[in-house]
Write a new protein. Sequence first.
Lengths: 224, 362
Amino acid sequence: MDWQAVALSLRLAGLTTAILLVVAVPVAAWLAFSRRRWTVVVEALVALPLVLPPTVLGYYLLVAFGTRSPVGRWWQETTGSTLAFSFTGLLIASVLYSLPFAVQPLLAAFAGVDRRLLEASSVLGRSWPSTVARVVLPLSRAGLATAAVLTFAHTVGEFGVVLMVGGNIPGETRTVSIAVYDSVQAFDTATAGRTSLLLLVFSLVVLTATYALQRGRLAVWPRP
Amino acid sequence: MSELVAHVRRHVVDARLSVPLSGPPVTALFGPSGSGKTTVLRVLAGLDRTRGSVRFGDEMWDDGRVFVPPRRRGIGYLVQEHALFPHLSVRDNVAYGLHALRPVDRRVRVEESLTAAGAAHLAGRHVPELSGGEAQRVALARALAPRPRLLLLDEPLSALDAPTRARLRADLRSVLVAQGVPTVVVTHDRAEALALADRVVVVVDGTVRQTGTPQEVFDRPADPDVVRVVGVETAVPGRVIGDERGLLSVRVGERVLTSAEVPGSQAPVPAVGDDVLVCIRAEDVALAAVDGPAAGSPRNRLRSRVVGLSDQGALVRVDLDAGFALSAYVTRPALDELDLRLGAAVDAVVKSPAVHLVRRAA
């Protein structure tokens, strides 16, 4: 089995989850609590990766990473390397691709927090960020855990975007799912079978944990 | 004099009110459910915006251009279902608004506030373990802790069971007076307004109809809507037929009653020929044996028949047919002395100042 690919997948998924939890909390908080009408547009944008073929997302990312786009040019001028077919490019792609898996559980959890608690917090002199940190997040632990688990698992399992943006460079962009594809292409069914089984068991464990969390079985109420 | 002046315009609410920021502290916003009281309170708190304005002393809080958010208003806000943070202990809940204090001062202030609200013994508890009454005391302590300049209470006792509510009502009044913070309390409960308030503002259909002491408002309602919402037991239509130096004669059905308006009443005094609502509180109606002696000088003595008797705790409510429907409260011993039964004849005795007239729209 390609343990280098396994390690790369875990690193990619770990970093993606860490970044997304930081990014998704303010996005979900804004979507859950803002009274502005165009939250629906942002909600649709966030959910786009759910319905868009990964190849389409990958295509646009490749265009954005290319030297003809301002982003790609700026990146090349500052770092001297391209984003396409690099780990950093892959990480950016993963963050975008998994965004709905982080935002939606958080959004659901935040929307379930009693509004009167938020009003109590603001009357008691707390700003919005402070209220989110002190009231919303502690009361959304199950949602946070679900978001983290789903983001991690979804990143481990992504294929199309990786293939488009990252290619297949061992140690740089070659993830587990690409390794399975590679094994099959090379008629190495034994390796493909072992790697696939690993991914299957991993996914099953993750989903079981997620559903258990959502039913509140593992969501520990903060009692002494 | 320093005042909170608000013109609340939001949805169907269009209410103007002012609340003194010194003197007796408690103002009740009284009115039926759905009259817009809570909307007014939320606008005062800054939780909702208004197309009108809110001014606190010489600070403009909301006038369409300026908007001071709730966290900068320095207010305490207490709702029906306490809204305590379930993931924090009682102490941490009370300390929540004290982030500007040093930790030492914060601990002292938490204990002070809990003690003031009669909740010192709950300090170490967790929110999910509290009963309704306990939670409401803690919520009051949390609202008082940051020394608010204005306290806003939205139906603070309505979610409690009756015995707890009665106990907390008396305590709440003494806490509010002891703290001396200007307080606006929203309530639909007459007993609550009477027990808590120094001043009552009656809100009906989104507008302010009357402002005065509890006595003025409940004994001398200013218009027929206020009569309805303050729950005057007897309110029957009549017409003014005579005026002898302020002593008005009113025809109600076949009967003629005498009414004298109490000096300083806010209701406009009706003139001869006006259609009026004749309002008589049940506690102002005395009963006497038919043609028996009645103490003092009452102008109205009405031969009546008992048509209903109902227990009201210490008192019995006697519904009478006096030519019109009239209700009286009597004690149980009086009931036995007069041998009142359904169908019995009795004289209803009402002093003329207890007959309050409210002009009806033509």
